[in-house]
Design a protein around this ligand. Sequence first.
Ligand SMILES: [Zn+2]
Length: 370
Amino acid sequence: MDRRDFIRGLAATGTICAVPTRGGAVAPVSDPALAAFIRGMPKSEYHVHLEGTLEAEMKFALARRNGMNLPFADVAAMKASYVYNDLPSFLAIYYDGMKVLQKEQDFHDLAYAYLAKAAAQNVIYAEMFFDPQEHLKRGVAMADVIGGITRARREAERQLGIRSQLILCFVRDLTAESAMAALDAALPFKADLVGVGLDSDEAGHPPEKFREHFAKARANGLKVTAHCDVDQADTLKNIRTALTDLQVDRIDHGGNIVQSPELVAIARARGITFTVCPTFSGTLRRTEKVPVDVVRAMMDAGLNVTISSDDPAYMGSEYIDDVLIRAAERSSLTRAELVTIARNGFAAAWLPAADKAAMLARLEAYVKQA
Ligand SMILES: [Zn+2]
């Protein structure tokens, strides 16, 4: 058993909830036919943090371009430092890594690199998160952040055929004032945004802290989603607040909802979609002696589940195909269930109905001939 399999074993038992690895090598796939089906399937992705796609190689390139020194000898040493055992220890690494993003071109290059990888894996549509507060506080202008990403989005659509939209995330453990300042700075560019979200450390920062922000975003025509990370303190209370008070359009993660039949019923009645990232939070642990398989439990509860890659640069460089293959193995997903997950994705897209129908038709055509 190599180190990667050892860590996977820990993750599978819920001893840790993430899969820190040293490289991009992927473990053998037990069902090559299912893996090939996944790779060929037209897909969409709704829970990917652009800053979480910042690969170590690009960090070094951007640091060089921006005249910065990084405290690592090489890529291998940097990747070896990606060891975390909970959300706060992950976030410390994640925020430190994004300091190399300084200029419009950096944000362009970051977004284009992700979109190129996604397009190569038959992702035809992606809604991507970004964390502008972290950049504003380093003196980067919002125009450079959104401008660089938007330029990359347009180029990728034209050159690679992948369509995408952008979701501004509030960093919940910074102040409410800082989040409002970021929203105000972004509103002049609202035509380049599709929604707002809520991410980072949930402990002590419940969704209601951002009630005004979400209301203002909605008043400006933006959609609303929120992270409800797995196994957080007050997790069911926070899911309830997000669903019934803030009236979110979508929930990111949210696996603990399976512990509340009442909340499951509310989510089902509202047709809420959950963007699940099994690489980071594939199991529930807090209240269960035996870890609960989040994807399986949510699907069995009749919830609309989609699967995404979250922060792939920090999770073994596993992008959507590998995440889906791993999820299929771990949760014993059938081909039909994988198609349902893909359909859920296109159905949840924040796009006009005709555009969603066209994407769904591409999926159905693939399924028919596969
Ligand atoms: Zn996330």
